[in-house]
Design a protein around this ligand. Structure first.
Ligand code: KG4
Ligand code: ZN
Length: 360
């Protein structure tokens, strides 16, 4: 029996509130991508409750792995390697995936690799069911190129330079809230439920983005860092002026405020990308993470960066998933780097750290 050579990696992701397992061939072709979202469990609390999330991961983990193998039509002995998110994330959540990955790899004699979560997101444009986000068939080797990468999610707002060989250089970070977190907090303020991104995306489409003059934080400062907490505070002030809690999603005030907030976020994100692309003389931009699912952001990217190759993953690979971990894990595995049975979960793990540092 030779499992090496199948090129199949089982990717495990549990850093936040999605229990996700996928099977990906040679870091490119997604054969299975199972995601158990915990949104319903956290919605009544208005955000992710770490203890509830860890417990739900524990309850879902085995069934998700079995389901992903079933979807891919393979048994565990057809898998060549296991890849798992080591960090950053909620420590109790990460632990479930890491311990499961170690147990599976050890009991089956499979190689194991740890993956940095944001590096996983940054690999998501190169995976797909048929074609990747660059438009290339996933049955062919990946087209390697240098690009500016923007990772925007509930936990991260990072801008990086990704070299053609996959090396990642950090350029900018959020100094306070991540952009997805700002969406979630603004939605909570407006009583729109959790998560905030999809609902604001929908409501904003019917509002006037110029109705409220909201700030563009750090706009005139040099560098690539972000800040979203001041924007969130500006939204809170408008809500207080209007009369807190009195408006529903059908009201013009809410639609206009959502549209103005979204316009400020998009303006800020695109401004930083523009600066990074110019400074690096880069010809390609990859936008990844949960907020990359935002329809207005996707449309604005197309309009503003005509001369640049812009890659945005399919919706299914924007929010947290195991396929991106398997995709990035394939690169780690083929480079010969391995994790051992002592692999630990890390709440903090730098995006610019090399893959060898993901294995401790
Ligand atoms: O990547 P992800 O699943 O988890 C993290 O690594 O954080 O991203 C989740 C975040 C949430 O904050 C959610 O509100 C946001 O992505 N999000 C969106 C949209 N869909 C999800 N934000 C804006 N527009 C969307 N359509
Ligand atoms: Zn994520």
């Amino acid at each position: 029996m030779s499992r090496s050579g199948s090129g199949l990696v089982l990717g495990i992701e549990t850093s936040c509130d999605e229990t996700a397992v996928a099977v990906v061939e040679r870091g490119r072709r997604v054969l299975a991508n199972r995601v158990a979202s915990q949104v319903d469990l956290h919605a009544r609390h208005g955000g992710v409750v770490p203890e509830i999330a860890s417990r739900a991961h524990l309850e879902q983990m085995v069934a998700m792995a079995e389901g992903a193998l079933g979807d891919a039509g393979v048994r565990i002995d057809g898998i060549e390697a296991v890849a798992v998110t080591r960090g950053p994330g909620l420590i109790g959540c990460l632990l479930v995936g890491v311990e499961f990955g170690k147990a599976l790899a050890t009991s089956r004699g499979l190689p194991l690799v740890g993956v940095q979560h944001v590096a996983g997101h940054l690999d998501s444009p190169w995976i797909g069911r048929d074609r990747d986000a660059w438009g290339n068939p996933v049955t062919e080797p990946r087209e390697e190129m240098a690009c500016v990468g923007l990772c925007v999610s509930g936990g991260h707002s990072s801008i990086v330079y990704r070299h053609a060989d996959g090396r990642i250089e950090g350029m900018g970070e959020t100094l306070d809230d991540a952009v997805g977190e700002a969406y979630d907090k603004v939605a909570k303020l407006l009583g729109l439920g959790y998560p905030g991104g999809p609902v604001i995306d929908r409501i904003a489409a019917e509002g006037d983005p110029e109705a409220f003059a909201l700030p563009r934080p750090l706009k005139n400062k040099p560098g690539y860092d972000f800040s979203f907490s001041g924007l969130k505070t500006a939204v809170r002030r408008e809500v207080e002026k209007h009369g807190a809690g009195s408006a529903g999603p059908e009201e013009c005030f809410v639609r206009d405020l959502c549209a103005s907030f979204q316009a400020a976020c998009i303006d800020t994100l695109l401004g930083r990308c523009e600066r990074a692309l110019a400074d690096r003389r880069a010809e390609a931009l990859a936008v990844v993470g949960g907020v990359a699912a935002n329809r207005a952001l996707r449309a604005a990217l197309g309009e503003r960066f005509g001369g640049i190759r812009v890659a945005i993953p399919d919706f299914e690979f924007c929010t947290d998933n195991g396929a991106m971990i398997a995709g990035a894990g394939w690169g780690v595995y083929t480079s010969g780097v391995r994790a051992g049975p002592r692999l630990t979960a890390m709440a903090q793990l730098d995006i610019a750290s090399p893959p060898a540092a993901w294995q401790g």
